[in-house]
Design a protein around this ligand. Sequence first.
Ligand code: CUK
Ligand code: CUA
Length: 638
Amino acid sequence: MKKNVWLLAIGLIAVALAPSCKPKGAQSAITGDAASKVYVAPGTHDEFYNIVSGGFNGQMSVVGLPSGRVFKILPVFSVHPENGWGFSEETKPMLNTSHGFVPWDDLHHIAISMTNAEHDARWAFGNANNTPRIARVDLTSFKTVEILEIPNSAGNHSSPFITQNTEYVVAGTRFSVPVGENSDVSIDSYKENFKGYISFIGVDPKTGDMDLSFQIEAPPFNFDLARAGKNKSHGWFFFSTYNTEMAHTLLEVNASQKDKDFIMAVNWKKAEEYVKAGKGKKVKAKYAHNKMNEETHTATSTIMEEVLVLDPTELKDIVYFIPCPKSPHGTDTDPSGEYIVGSGKLAAVIPVFSFTKMLAAIENKDFEGDVNGMPVLKYESVLHGEVEKPGLGPLHTEFDGKGFAYTSMFVSSEIVKWNIETLEVVDRVPTYYSVGHLMIPGGPTGKPHGKYMVAYNKITKDRYLPTGPELTQSAQLYDISGDKMQLLLDFPTIGEPHYAEAFPAALIKDKQVKFYPLEKNNHPYALKGVADARVERKGNEIHVYMTSIRSNFRPDNIEGVNVGDVVYFHVTNLEQDWDVPHGFSIKGANTAEILIMPGETSTYKWTPDRPGVFPFYCTDFCSALHQEMQGYLRVSPK
Ligand code: CUK
Ligand code: CUA
């Protein structure tokens, strides 16, 4: 390795180790009235829903703001024994992929659906990083209702960012990979054989159903994050890229050599026209598309076979590169859509680009080179200006709708507030410690709700009672209604939050599903009343048509089952009231419990391996006679 590369490596290691430093003035940001600002009196509700990614736990969590209270862990990409997600026969297909059943993933980013660049909060989208997928959550039931796998992709980090009317959800690949029939190639052939893909997933405006509309083939860079243009820049998408060096080993050093990487600007309206004009090429690619049926509450998984790909080296006016210092992580667009902020995590400034100038630079062919024939715009001709001395390690930027931007600084552990027009830093507050994403309610929309800002910190150290080597990740709530940011509250989180979004609770709180009407339950094993409860044998399958209602199961004494039979308990919860689930589990079963919502049917599968009498019971305390809600199943030798 060359000497300057070693020096760079040492510099990077110093940066990487820096986060254990504490910010100066550690407690000073807290003032007297913080407690009253976060106090949500018993019996009253929080003002905002905060949907928070769970990182390596693969789920979303639902948090109230300003209290920081957790209301729900909402299972998405990881199995969740608490309510049978990925264990019940109805939900197993949701976790199917072209690789088969995948029980875990890593969920980084949240996107809340929008209309006219404002939250409509119909759906929450989340990304799976490891086995690339996008999930859609229905925010009237807080259930994951659809999961779409993304082919030609790996490390689905640049996702699931959405356009201002939820026309598209995007998914940009973090890892470029060889694709197609023969992807058994030498890793050394990275530059020739590896490719990056950006996927545009269409969302049906009525139903929310997703469809992989098209992909754009891109150079083998790493795509990190993205933001749609909005208002003024509606029709464009901006992706941050790093490793434009196209290294495939020791990226820590080899992917940090250039002073500038790129923000890739994509004219998706134009791409859409090309798709309509038949300019795409269909290529073979296997991916799963999983949907929850609304009437049966049973998921189906379909394996898709091909995808439409656009080649921007031929369709020359859809992709442009904006140079951006240095390894940009976040890229964010301000509420007007005029400004595009790049956050080079190794850069000393925050560059702010102008959409108007970008269009002019394209018009005037103000180029400084190309990537595979796709133009690189001149940095100076697109630049609105640079925020100077913002701090160390800028990652992400959110907006308050009052002309200010807030950028998280990972290395210097602070949030920096700056004026979008003048680029002047006007305030800074410490975070504890090493903030990743930050979030302002409505921050990525055209109409931020402002008021609060939350820092999602990567390192907790001494903030809570210690719990051995693994400490909770931590969030911190700040009041941003005044000129100066004020720290109000620390609260622990579920998993490791990356991005989160928040919206006013009033948008959805009166639209919540309370129970499912029994008469609309079209599950093939649904029962409408206890009179239909029964046991049926089909070969070596035993189907128990079971009801649950306070406070019994019917049937509750089951005989005639032999070792090796496959027993299906199809449990219908006959309750027609809010907040009365029943649970079910049986001794020794090699699966989780199921938790059945009122009016729903859920199936628990078990293959007994020994003779005996096996008790089962309701796992959710449902009435004063909950402990009476039980039964026995007798298993006889074959
Ligand atoms: S992120 Cu995924 S590495 Cu800054 Cu959006 Cu945390
Ligand atoms: Cu039903 Cu406890």
